[in-house]
Design a protein around this ligand. Structure first.
Ligand code: ATP
Ligand code: MG
Length: 393
């Protein structure tokens, strides 16, 4: 008898001929997560499933904590794998497992049987009936309810028999790394960490860029972004955070351009720099935490003018979310508490009282021509002197 976890996946099961790519990626992501846990584990693929077998001692809560952050997993089921498939032995192991999982509490159940070993001496309906009878004989706290059972008892006859009664919901999504890589513009706010999490959930690997403006923004503000990247990396896997010193560029724009256009012009230069670093790091797109209408720089017009400098697609997964909906996710993924720490942001330091809310591209481009002399060189410098911090939780 071996204790193990059965990892079920849903969406990646429907990828046709490419299915093995997703299965291999999920297997690797699961193995990476388990490396962070105490103990030794064997991760095996068998008939469209992944089994995690623990070799010796391990911490159950720690394993579940990591696996529930591993995208691509629909359910995690603690199972018992039974080598000796004689029906009597399978029933014995099943009841022992049920006592472990359920204790003495009263419960109703229904047996579900699957038989992929067609040479097995019993049919699935036989297994359901006989296993049900065995449970009733050996567990006085059990009663059958075939319509709305509290406990689904699963008996599967495969290479080994596999029995389980518990199913823990996984995070869904797709294994990180199966949908390319994107550059996340990560600020210290609430929205961008959520945007990164959402893209990672669809299988996108992330790099991140943070625009830092010392001494106007402090080391604590930077540390906050590092912490946020780390929290997101619990789901997204390793994130390399590129910290770009934006002070000179920001000051130059402030000196040369109308102050009510500062925010939009700054945002266009952030996008330009992000895109350069994205190219260098083989990212195919940019990701921001913008939500339409949230602030002046996120009106439809501002988004259009911001987008106009980008040649890569810009993905904005929270574009149509209400703030509260974004906060709900931030709370769920544990970024909220960090995001609301009150450190200054480079965008707010110089922001005008009444920034333009309906910028015209022509007008903005005209203002930007005042930067022509030095801005190219400044961009080069900002990109080449960036600091790179790799985080992984
Ligand atoms: P957030 O909560 O993500 O900070 P926000 O509501 O504060 O968003 P803005 O400050 O207008 O909105 O920023 C919009 C988006 O631009 C952010 O979601 C983020 O993707 C990017 N961004 C803003 N400031 C920075 C920065 N200092 N470094 C990196 N990206 C930034
Ligand atoms: Mg912000």
């Amino acid at each position: 008898m071996v204790k193990a976890f059965l990892i079920k996946y849903s969406e990646i099961g429907i990828k046709g001929k490419n299915r093995y790519i997703f299965e291999d990626a999920l297997r690797s992501r699961v193995a990476e997560k388990l490396k962070k846990c105490e103990g030794d584990f064997l991760v095996e693929r068998e008939n469209g499933r992944i089994y995690v077998e623990a070799k010796g001692e391990y911490d159950y809560d720690e394993v579940i904590g990591h696996l529930t952050k591993c995208f691509g997993i629909a359910h995690i089921c603690p199972v018992v794998l039974v080598e000796d498939k004689t029906f009597e032995n399978v029933c014995r192991e099943l009841v022992a497992h049920m006592k472990d999982e359920l204790g003495d509490r009263e419960f109703t159940f229904k047996v579900f049987a699957k038989r992929s070993d067609k040479r097995y001496e019993m049919t699935s309906p036989d297994i359901c009936r006989e296993a049900g009878a065995y449970i009733l004989d050996h567990m006085p706290n059990a009663a059958v309810d075939v319509h709305t059972p509290e406990v689904s008892v699963n008996v599967e006859i495969r290479r080994r028999a596999c029995v389980y009664v518990t199913s823990i919901k996984g995070p869904g999504g797709m294994p990180v790394g199966t949908s390319g890589k994107a550059m996340l513009l990560l600020s210290g706010g609430i929205d961008s960490p959520v945007a990164g999490y959402m893209m990672a959930k669809r299988g996108v690997r992330l790099e991140a860029v943070y625009f830092h403006a010392p001494p106007y923004t402090s080391d604590r503000a930077k540390q906050k972004v590092v912490d946020l990247a780390e929290t997101v990396s619990a789901y997204a896997g390793e994130i390399r955070l590129h910290v770009v010193n934006f002070t000179d560029i920001q000051m130059y724009i402030y000196d040369q351009c109308p102050h009510d256009e500062l925010t939009i012009i700054m945002r266009r230069y952030m996008m330009k720099i992000a895109e350069r670093i994205a190219r260098e790091t083989e990212c195919m797109s940019l990701v921001t935490g913008e939500s339409v209408g949230q602030v002046a720089s996120q009106t439809m017009q501002s988004l259009v003018v911001t987008d106009a400098v980008c040649t890569m697609p810009v993905f904005r997964p929270v574009i149509a979310f209400d703030k509260q909906d974004i906060i709900d996710i931030a709370e769920k993924i544990n970024t909220f508490e960090t995001s609301i720490l009150p450190y200054e942001d480079c965008c707010t330091t110089f922001v005008a009282k009444h920034p333009v809310t309906k910028p015209e591209l022509d007008q903005i481009e005209k203002s930007e021509r005042k930067l022509e002399n030095k801005i190219g060189e400044m961009l080069e410098k900002a990109v080449s002197e960036r600091e790179v911090i790799a985080v992984e939780k």
